[in-house]
Design a protein around this ligand. Structure first.
Ligand SMILES: CCCCC/C=C\C/C=C\C/C=C\C/C=C\CCCC(=O)SCCNC(=O)CCNC(=O)[C@H](O)C(C)(C)COP(=O)(O)OP(=O)(O)OC[C@H]1O[C@@H](n2cnc3c(N)ncnc32)[C@H](O)[C@@H]1OP(=O)(O)O
Length: 220
């Protein structure tokens, strides 16, 4: 492992760079509850066998809610800034598809630092199904990518995935607790090398490595 001087500045205040930023602690509990309820709704829709009258009524109700909730949207690219109990802070995208706290399509994934690693426990419901009873391979890669990106952000500098390599070792089950963990394995100039795996009952179902490249942040 080599560690060279980094030309990319550490992330400071993204609002100074023109990003819309919301504090995680200021997200209303009602929003987080709504996100969770909509997650349940989407799962129910994907599996419903209700009769046509119920389906038609539900569609009208949802259309009315969509109009109400869509009236004053936050700008695309809104960031959420979070301060963890150990004092470290991080930015993420509020509607990130894999871990955004305001995105009902994201599984309830909270990657927390644990020493030199980031780690999360997550159970994916049937919305993430690929083969019967198994997590879709694209979502396995997405979970790994998110964890790898989160590990890379421990440098304090923003980075993007340049290369992602995934090995699917065992089927990853739906409806079962999974552990996702990632860490930095090396840095070289702007490159951050990271590795991650998903475990079920301690058995690795998938593992990934990535080259993340640190980038200068600007809002254009
Ligand atoms: C730009 C806006 C950024 C905004 C970020 C703002 C805030 C961030 C805050 C919070 C985010 C926190 C967490 C996010 C968590 C998870 C997100 C999941 C991750 C993603 O979802 S992310 C989206 C998918 N991702 C992309 O959308 C990237 C598209 N792509 C590019 O934007 C460029 O391609 C880039 C930037 C990657 C490189 O471009 P570049 O011009 O900056 O760098 P350049 O080419 O000079 O390479 C420099 C060194 O990297 C080596 N290198 C380059 N490419 C390589 C490859 N493929 N494999 C191996 N090594 C590679 C070279 O060989 C050289 O190495 P060497 O130093 O040895 O010469």
């Amino acid at each position: 492992m080599t560690v060279d001087a980094q030309p990319i500045a550490k992330l400071s205040d993204l609002s100074d760079l023109g990003f819309a930023v919301v504090e995680h602690s200021e997200l209303p509990a009602e929003l987080l509850d709504l996100v969770d309820q909509v997650r349940g709704l989407v799962h129910a829709v994907a599996r419903t066998q209700a009769d046509t009258a119920v389906l038609a009524g539900a569609a009208r109700t949802v259309a009315a809610l969509t109009e109400q909730l869509g009236a004053d949207p936050r700008p695309l690219g809104t960031m959420v800034h979070r301060t963890w109990p150990d004092g470290h802070t991080e930015y993420g995208t509020l509607s990130n598809i894999v871990a955004g706290p305001a995105n009902p399509l994201a599984p309830p994934l909270e990657l927390v630092r644990d020493g030199e690693e980031v780690r999360a426990e997550v159970t994916l419901n049937g919305l993430y199904e690929g083969p019967p009873g198994l997590v879709h391979g694209g979502w396995v890669a997405a979970l790994l990518d998110q964890a790898l990106g989160s590990a890379s952000s421990m440098t304090g500098r923003p980075s993007l995935t340049a290369n992602l390599d995934v090995n699917y070792r065992k089927p990853t089950p739906i409806g079962a607790e999974l552990t996702v963990a990632a860490r930095i394995t090396g840095t070289e100039r702007r490159k951050v090398f990271v590795s991650a795996e998903i475990r079920h009952h301690g058995v690795v179902t998938a593992e990934g490595t990535a080259v993340m490249v640190q980038v200068a942040v600007s809002r254009s």
